[in-house]
Each structure stands twice: as C-alpha cells, then as structure tokens.
Ligand binder design. Structure first.
Ligand code: E4P
Length: 217
C-alpha cells in the first residue's frame, strides 16, 4: 500500500520524505488555509520535495471553471494530480482533464455508486472519506471494501485512495482490504509506530541496562 500524507505543512512533508516513507501528498482548501500559504507557492514547493503525485484541489463548481483551474494547477509540475469533487460537473471535468493525460483525483466520495462513476470518467484516484462516514455512524471501511470488490470485478484501473483517515487502525484495516493508497495526517503516520508493549519493554531494557552498567559508545 502506498502512503500519501494529507497536509500542506512542508516541514512535516520533508520529515516523512527523508525517511523514504512518502509516495505522495494530498492537500485540500482547508489544509491550504491551515498552512497560511499561497496555494500556488506551497503546492510548487511540495511538488519539488516529493517525486510522487501531489493532489491540488480546484475550488470552482462548474465543469468549465474546474477544467480551467485544473489546467493551471497542472502547470505547476508534472506530478500534480488535479483534485475535483464528486459532482456531475466534477465528473465532466475529470473526463476532460484525464483525456489530456493529467492525473485526476476525484474527492469527496461517500458511496460505491460515486466510485463507479469516477472510474468510468477516467479518474486516476478515487478518494472515499472513511472518517467522515464514521462520524455519522456509517461504516467508512465497509465502503473501501465495497469499492475494492467492484473495481476488481471489472478490472477498473482507478486507484482507491482511502482518505479522511483518523487512526492507525484505519491504516492497517485499509491495507488488509487492499486500498491502493492511504492518505493520512502526519500524526496518524507517526502513531503507527506506537505500541504500549514496545514502551513497556523498552522501559525494562533501559532499567536493566543501567543496572548492568552497559555502555556501548
Ligand atoms: C483527502 O484528500 C482529504 O484531504 C482528507 O483526507 C479529508 O480528511 P478529514 O475528513 O479528516 O478532513
């Protein structure tokens, strides 16, 4: 499973990239707002930092305007994936932009039917939002599983990019289901390293090393 980080925080991106863990980045208007940076500038910097796809989201609502914005975003770098919302106009924009050879990430997906339409429109990525479904007492992971089954049934090449990931558990569950990519905030990726038994075991080893007077360097 590929790892994308869901942030526009360039320092967090650099840290994960240095560890060789990062396969791409996703951003959205809320994350750009949080970064306090200009969208074109920060997106360019992110594209120069990572080799993989960097999703940058359009803000227009009509297909025509989304296509114009998508073309402008795609000029930033070759690794831009234009992010469009899963609306009828977004699907039209997806069809045109993907026909021009641009990567397209169709976002705000909350149903299997929406995911079928995105694949038919030539999306490179479909972004089902796991956490936001869980927030309203629906089953976000079940949606990932349903889309996996449907895409496999028909050999759709659109990659399932599990989004709105809120916990380390979401990451491993998506990996078990067979999501192609998970995009998560930096804190969730860090949390994947944590285990209470690791902490407990390490405390005991450190205490014993002190008692034994072990010194290595
Ligand atoms: C996906 O690309 C979105 O940017 C993101 O995963 C949304 O996550 P949230 O529901 O935690 O805001």
């Amino acid at each position: 499973m590929k790892f994308f980080v869901d942030t526009a925080d360039i320092d967090a991106i650099r840290e994960l990239h240095a560890l060789g863990m990062l396969d791409g980045v996703t951003t959205n208007p809320s994350l750009i707002l949080k970064s306090g940076r200009n969208i074109l500038e920060v997106t360019k910097e992110i594209c120069e930092t990572v080799d993989g796809p960097v999703s940058a989201e359009v803000i227009a609502l009509s297909a025509e305007d989304m296509i114009a914005e998508g073309r402008k975003l795609a000029e930033i770098a070759d690794n831009i994936a234009v992010k469009v919302p899963l609306t009828w106009d977004g699907l039209k924009a997806c069809k045109v932009l993907s026909g021009e050879g641009k990567m397209v990430n169709v976002t705000l997906c909350f149903s299997a039917n929406q995911a079928i339409l995105a694949a038919k429109a030539g999306a490179t990525f479909i972004s089902p939002f796991v956490g936001r479904l869980d927030d309203i007492n629906l089953d976000g992971l079940q949606l990932i599983s349903d889309i996996r089954q449907i895409y496999d049934n028909y050999g759709y090449e659109t990659q399932i990019l599990a989004a709105s990931i809120r916990s380390a558990n979401h990451m491993s569950e998506c990996a078990k289901i067979g999501a192609d990519v998970c995009t998560a905030p930096p804190a969730v990726i860090h949390a994947m390293a944590n285990h209470v038994l690791t902490d407990k075991g390490l405390d005991a080893f450190v205490a014993d090393a002190q008692k034994a007077g072990i010194k290595i360097v």
